[in-house]
Design a protein around this ligand. Structure first.
Ligand code: UDP
Length: 425
């Protein structure tokens, strides 16, 4: 075991709640490796949600960039936030110890990192990737290769993820489909490793913890439990009409199924909250609550009859828990779940949302068919593979083992017109 101070430093950038959820297992695996020392940089794109998650996971933030902190009561624009992150990474990287204005609760020596890990498609990830590229620090892209191929949907995420793929040195793709998206864009086949999604690592860790659904939902913890429909929606491209339509559909369903509880953990963003409050406040079976702790939310996902959401992460977690999802978006980059039948892409037309929900609420056979527990997104060992890859590249360790995910068998069986439903990880 190498003493902590002498281990190879790598930067790990975390901006939003989903990034925290998916990077926590990676940070842990790096710490446990005995060879790496993760330097955790929180950009501050989301603040409270991220800090809370990291603290509860027993980890610490080394530098906080305060990217979305208001100045004189005014929240920064998207570009202002991106600019602050680029400058912040630059300053932190160029110092031996974290500059005063970015100091957090972790260790202070930060210089000399040999790689920068960014996750997915947020503006934080894109900004950190650009900053690292300009500093000639190799960019390692975790959750690489997801695509809708519609640059404006989801916005700005599709643009962000394409941009990161152009400058990353190593691409860690959750699935074979993601890998092939990158290959089609001309990324070197040999610089892509299929790891599975780290969200499944986190879900498996949480599955070992006892608990309920969190404050305001105690009435759902009775035995027998009332039927639950879980709803989350907040994405920028749905702001306005999209969210109003989703909320109207939930209202119609809540009127139609008075015994069912419609649980809406509302995103902190005021724009995202407004539509739900206007449509559902005062309805006895609509429970508008604050965002859940991750573990409480994972238990809710597992307990729900169906989930209606525009979230990306939930589309990966729900299939692993066997809960069917209506995806309230026009496009999805999680086509594996659609193939598996657990995800149905319904868009934001209220009539379509209601129709599909009714099918799954009324028809037990249809529900059972869609709830078949499949795990196209990973086996819970993604973080281990990521660390293996870094050990192989940076410290001459053994060649990492790729997650095959039944890829070869599925692809050939599909080509032959054979059933592939039973062939997953
Ligand atoms: N999540 C949570 N509490 C909630 C709602 C969601 O912990 O009240 C988790 C969820 O399990 C998933 C992630 O947050 O892992 C998804 O976040 P979000 O929908 O904000 O972002 P996206 O996945 O669309 O990028």
């Amino acid at each position: 075991m190498i003493p902590y101070a002498e281990r190879t430093r790598v930067l790990v950038v975390i901006g939003t709640r989903p990034e925290a959820i998916k990077m926590i297992p990676v940070v842990r695996a790096l710490q446990d490796s005995g060879t790496f020392r993760p330097v955790v940089i929180a950009t501050g794109q989301h603040t409270d949600l991220v800090d809370d998650l990291i603290r509860k996971a027993g980890l610490r933030v080394d530098a906080s960039l305060h990217a979305s902190q208001p100045v004189d009561g005014v929240k920064p624009s998207l570009n202002e936030m991106v600019a602050r992150i680029i400058v912040g990474i630059d300053r932190v990287w160029s110092s031996e110890s974290v500059p005063e204005e970015y100091r957090a609760d972790g260790r202070r020596e930060v210089g000399g990192a040999v790689a920068c890990l960014v996750h997915g498609d947020t503006s934080s990830a894109a900004a950190a990737a650009i900053a690292s590229f300009n500093l000639r620090i190799p960019v390692v892209h975790v959750e690489a290769g997801l695509r809708t191929s519609d640059l404006l949907s989801p916005f700005p995420e599709e643009g962000n993820r394409q941009l990161i793929s152009r400058i990353a040195a190593l691409h860690l793709a959750p699935t074979t489909t993601n890998k092939m998206n990158l290959v089609r864009e001309g990324v070197d086949y040999d610089r892509i490793l299929v790891t599975g999604n780290t969200s499944i690592d986190m879900l498996q860790w949480v599955a070992t913890q006892e608990g309920g659904f969190g404050p305001g939902l105690e009435e759902l913890e009775t035995d027998p439990r009332p039927r639950i429909v879980l709803v989350t929606a907040h994405r920028r491209e749905n702001w306005g009409e999209g969210l109003e339509n989703i909320a109207a559909a939930v209202r119609e369903l809540a009127e139609r199924y008075p015994e069912t509880r419609f649980v809406v953990p509302m995103h902190p963003n005021p724009v995202a909250r407004r539509s739900f409050i206007e449509a559902l406040e005062g309805m006895p079976n609509a429970l508008l609550v604050e965002p859940r702790d991750y573990a409480d939310f994972a238990r809710l996902m597992g307990a729900a009859r169906i989930i209606i959401t525009d979230s990306g992460g939930v589309q990966e977690e729900a299939p692993a828990l066997g809960t069917p999802v209506l995806v309230a978006r026009e496009t999805t980059e999680r086509e594996e779940g659609v193939h598996a039948g657990t995800l149905v892409l319904v868009g934001t037309d209220p009539t379509r949302i209601v129709q599909e929900a009714v099918k799954l609420l009324d028809d037990d056979d249809e529900h059972a068919r869609r709830a078949a527990k499949l795990n196209p997104y990973g086996d819970g060992r993604a973080s281990e593979r990521i660390v293996q890859a870094l050990e192989n590249i940076l410290r001459d360790g053994p060649v990492p083992e790729e997650l095959n995910g039944g890829g070869l068998r599925n692809a050939v069986r599909r080509r032959f017109g054979l059933d592939i439903a039973e062939t997953h990880v």
